[in-house]
Structures are given as structure tokens and as C-alpha cells.
Design a protein. Sequence first.
Lengths: 505, 315
Amino acid sequence: MKSVNKLTRQIGAIAAAVMLVAASGGAMAASPRAAENKVVLIARQDPGTLDYVTSGLTALRLWIPANVVEPLVYFNKDGSVEPGVAESWTISDDKLTYEFKIRKATFSDGTPVTVEDVIYSLNTMKASPVVNNSSAYNAVTAIEKVDDSTVKVTLSQPSQNFWHGMGSVAGLIQPEHAAASIATNPIGTGPYVLKAYTTNSTFEFEANPSYWGTKPAITAATVRIVTDGTAGLNALEAGEVDAVPVITIDLWEQLTKRELDKKFTLLTYPQIGEPTYAVFNQKLDPELRQALAETLDRQSFNDAFGAAWGAENTCTFALPNQPWYSPESAESCPYPYNYESAMAKASKWASTPLEYASLSDVPDLSLPADIMIPAMQGAGFNVTRNAIDLARYSQLIFQGRPPQFDITVMSGDAEPTQWACPTADKAGWSTYCSQPYTDALAAADAAPSDEAYLAKMKEAADILRKDAVIVPLIAKKGVGLFDPALKGFLEPRVLVAIEIGKLHW
Amino acid sequence: MAIYVLRKLAFFVGAVFVASLAIFLLIRAAGGNVAAIVLGKDATAEAINALAHTYGLDKPLPVQYFDWLFGMLQGQLGQSFRTKEFVADLVTDRLSISIPLALSGLILGLIIAIPVGTYAARNVGKPSGAVLALLSQIGIAVPVFWAGILLSVLFGVRLGWLPTGGWIDWSESPIGAIRSLVLPVLSLGLIMGSVLIRYVRSAVLDVMNQDYVRTARAVGMTRTQALLSVGLRNAALPIVTIVGLQIAELIGGTVIIEMVFSLPGLSRMILANVAAREVIVVQSTVMLIIIFVIFVNFVVDLLYGILDPRIRNAA
């Protein structure tokens, strides 16, 4: 009995000591990977496939473009254009002919980059089932070999989308002979080679010894796929990883509560941001859509995510890095939050059943639904919720013709051309089709100057606002946490790609 | 005994066949299409149909079912539509994580439950017995993910003794792999132990009140001697049943733990592929688990026969 009591006291003393040490925290030690020029990053999602031709998943586009596979050119934040796989280019005065001179380089498997590979890559993207890839080629009539190092692309009309596409995923260059293994082992000219990809586990990158450009400071990078956001932040705080470059909005409140924004370098950047927007089925009466828009208190959505520094209220379908963007204002919001007005109008529609399709397995989107639905119901609209998972949502909403919803909320890339519809049957997933909007976008694409392009894009944005079908709520910025000693982060240039090659200790 | 085994075997085969049909139909009843998920929200119907055609998803359902079933019978579990990886390879890789995790969690649970449950039974009505019963209840009530996160924060973030998550493969570093499993096993084992304590306590209590234990005491054995020599074998029967059920739940049911600790295990793989509607991967993997579970129950039934001659003779 005495020995049991003694043992009990010893166990208690040890437990108390552990708790004291645990509670004391401690200063952050330097990353053990700094000395080896290695880095470990966190990714929240697993793409399941690395085939960027047939898949538009963000989880894939974060890591493969710009690191493993490169585009023809790079568009910098300041508007300048930098050589990529193309070391130089000429654009005809009428902007109908582009000639790209392909640099002498090798792919990471040692094979030389040939004009045939470039032509294959561009044609593959032209035929890509992913609209964001193929739409860059809408005006392209021919892709031809001029000589062993030059490719000529001919357009039927000037196209800003084509030119910018050559600096995006649509312009990624791969070797034709390795195309069959793209889903598991994409090959490119980038600063890194994908050494291994284990689904739901890791990407392993190693510096490409045959890279044509400046050798990256980081010689090896591991991207750990950690789907649980809290676990990812725990790993960062424990020093097991060096950065979480993309922190989704459901974790923003934790950043401040755990004071992670003080312990680590917090970066916000719009490129990886997303607008969160309500979608009202276009078949609904325009007055009904406008009344529903008046129930949307944008500040309440912002407050719900608890991090005002990361999101801005807006009525414009765009992100702050896009020049036609406007924050919420009297001028830019034709149907501002006005609950009394919405309630007065709701009585006219009280007997109209409205189905709200809600994505149940995406926290970013179920949270807005939790706010939006009670607000609409409280105003007197007859709204019922249908919570479904992504696969079912994809079937009913994205692919459904007509789409099976009256109201939904979505978050995604801010590409305005996704709402264009040259013909009604080409309308996107929301089946929103507006000829004036489509015409404005087409005019923007064919604009001869940047000023003309911007004017037309602003016109298009205004049409979208007034139609009250796509109703933006907030523009979320991309947010990342980095070890304070890890420098060099560059805002994404190739769509949302995190460029590991720019990082250094 | 031979007839007993044969009957169980026939049941085993029938159950597997019915399960295969159920799995096939259920995953399709959920709706959705892997081609649509791959191509994204802006894909046209034509593009989705074309991709679905390359995946063979436009074939009639009976054709798809029998193609898959006959493939499985020949040992071909199929491939992922998106990556073309073989399901056999995917499962094998993940079993190297899930099996040690599940078995270690179960063993830890038993190591906790058997002595604690027995002590609690022997001390029923006393304060020590009541405290253990209460602790067991608390353990059952604590969600496993919460326990996991707490352990991760304490031992990973605050103390830095163990990794907060992630996986180091056995081939890369056996020590690293073991370290990766410590906290997940602890989370699983503590919760499982709490559940098993109740069953062990109940089984031992039941046995202690039996005539044969009283007789053993009457001929001079101590309570412990009586329990160990004649009681435990009888107490083992319900415990074997529960352990069999727990094994079934563990393999494929550790998804929460795998997510909290970022382990690329079998459960997480199944969940990800259900979300992506990779029907072949899900069907084949779940079938393997079902076959395993039915096999475990088959072994449990055989063990009954070994432990209790009355069951064997009645069969």
C-alpha cells in the first residue's frame, strides 16, 4: 500500500512537471532544414491526379506549374513579361501573329525541348476539356513550325486571353513522349523535378540539375498533404514544417487566437484569393433576384470568418489584383444590403419555394450558407436547404441542365470569362447567359490596347452586377504563414502556382 | 467440427457475394461522376461524357458489375481512373500504415482494459472500482479526434517530443515510422481501452457470481486463483466477440485519426476516393475490407468452438 502511494506521488510529480514544461511554451528554434537548404510546406488538399491538361484542380495547380512544368512566358506583377520556355517572341502589329523562339533547354528527363514538343503542348491545351485551358485558344487558327527553334501561332482576331494564356496553365510545355505519364509524373523544364508523389501524403521535389535558369536556392522541397487545417497549423507551430502557403478562410480565426500571425510571417496575396459569391438561378424573376440580393449583409460574412484583414466586402466579381475590381460602395453595389426593403418585397414571393443547394463538405461554403439561409427565411422568403457533397453537387449543379438549384453559394477563381456564353448551350454551370456581358468580354479580348481592355472589362463587370445572378459577397485574399527566416516568396505568376524556386533561407 | 467449419465457410461465400452487390450499387446511388470532378465545374457535358467513356462508366451497370467481379475473382482489383495506379498497390502501401496502427491500438486497448476491467470488477462497490468505472465512461465520451488533437498539441507542439503528424515510411526509417505512430496509437488505444474496460468488467463480474467460481473458492482457491483458473476462459467469450468487432471497425474505420495525424492510411484513401467517386478503387478496397471482416468473424466463430466445447458439440 505504501509503495502504491509512493508510486502514485511519483507519477503525479512527473505529470505536473510535464504540464509546466508544456505550458511554458518556448522560443522558436531555427528550422533544421535551413542549413541543408531544404523546405517542408503544407498543402491542404490532395489533387489525386497531376494531369493539368484534363484537370483544373487548384490542388494540382499550386505545385506543378512553374515548379516542374513551365509556360512559354511569365507575366510579372508589374506587367512586364519574362521569358519562360520561349526565350524571345515577336507579336505582329495587328496582334494576329505570334512567333516564339524556343530556348535551347532540356526537360528534366534529359531530352531536348523541340519545336514539336511545343506544338504538341499547345495543341493539347487547345483541345483540353478544361475550359480555362482551351478558352485561351478560341481565336487560334494555326500553330506551326517555322524552323527548328521557332513556333508561329496565327489568330483570327486579336486576343488578350491567348497572350495571357501563354503565361498561364494554358501555355505549359511538356514533352510529347512523356505525355502518357502526366497523371503521376509530369515532366517539364522547371527548376524542380517531381521525385515522388504519394496520394494523400506528399509531393517530393528535387532541384532539376538541367534547369536552364538560375539554380534555385532550395535544393529539395517536401509538400505534406495535411487535410486537417488545425493539424497543419500544429505542424507549423511545432517546427515540423516551414510554411503553410495557403491557409483557407476557416482557419483564419485560429491564426490570430493562437498568435501565429506574430510568431510567423503572415503574407496576404490576392492571386490565390477567391471571390465568394451567391448565385441566383437566372430563371428566377429579376425582381426576386434583386430582393434576395438585399438580404445579403456582406459584413456578417466577413465577421463570421473572423479575419477582416484577409477578406474585403465587394459587389464586383473580381479580386483586388484585377484592375476592374471595386470594394463594396454605393457606386459599385446596385442592390446593397437593405433588410427592410427585402422584407417588404418578400411578401410578393412568399409562396414561391426556393431551394438552396449547399455544399456540405466545404467549410468555406457551408458557413456562408449558415448565414444566408436564415437571413432569407427571416425576411420572408420560402427557402429550404439541400446540403450535398461535392460529387453530388457537381452532378446536380455544375452539370445539371437545367441546374438543380434556385440559390447557391460558390467560391472559386475570379476568371470573368467563365460567365461568357457565345451561345446559350455554351453557358457555364450556372447557365447564366447574357449577350451584353458576352459581347463586352469578347470586345475586351479583342481590345487593341490595355486601356481599351480595361474599359471593356469594367463594362462587363457592371453588367454582371446589375443582373443579380452572380452576386459577390467577399473577395478573399490568399493567406500564408512562413517561417520568419524563409524569404523570397513571390506572388503567383502562373495562375496560383507557389514558386518554390524563389524561396531561400 | 468439420460440418461446423463447412457451414461457416458457405455463409462466408454468400455474405461476400451479397456485400459485393451492395457496395457496387451503393457507391453509384450516391450520384456524382469522377469525370465531372476531374474536369471541374466549367466542363461541358460532351467533355465529361467523353472522359466517362474512356473510364468505361457509360457501360450498362450489369456489365460494369460483372467486369469488376470477375476481375476481383482473378485477383485483379482494377485501377484508379485518374492516375492509373493499381488498386492492389494503393492498398498494399496503405496497409503498411493501417495494420500497425489498428493492431497496436487494439493491443494497447487490451493491455489497458483487461487488468483495469478485472480490477474494477473485483472492486465493484468500492471507491477505486467506481473511479475506474467513471474514468472509463469519460474515455468513451471523449471523441477520438479531440483526444488526438490534444495529444498532438501537448506532445508535439508544446513538448516537441513526438511529431504532430505525418508519416515516415518504414523503408526510410523504421524508428521514424514508429514515432509517427505513437500518438495515433495512443489516441486510439486510450479510447478503445475505455470501451473494452466496460466489457471486461461486465464479463468478469458475471463470471465471478457463477457456481463454478464459488466452488473453486470453496475448495480453497483465492479469488484471483479461481478467476484465473476457471473464470477467465468463460469471461473470454464476450470479450472475443467485442475484440472481433473492434478489429473490423479499426481496419477502414480509423479515418478520423488518419486525418488528424495526416497518415496516408487505408481509411483516408477510401474517404478521398469516395469523394472523388473513384468507384473501382472504392469497390475493390471496401470488398477487401468486407472479406477481411467476414473472415475475422469466421475466426471468432471458430474460437468460440475452441473455447467452449458446448458450442462445438451443439454445432
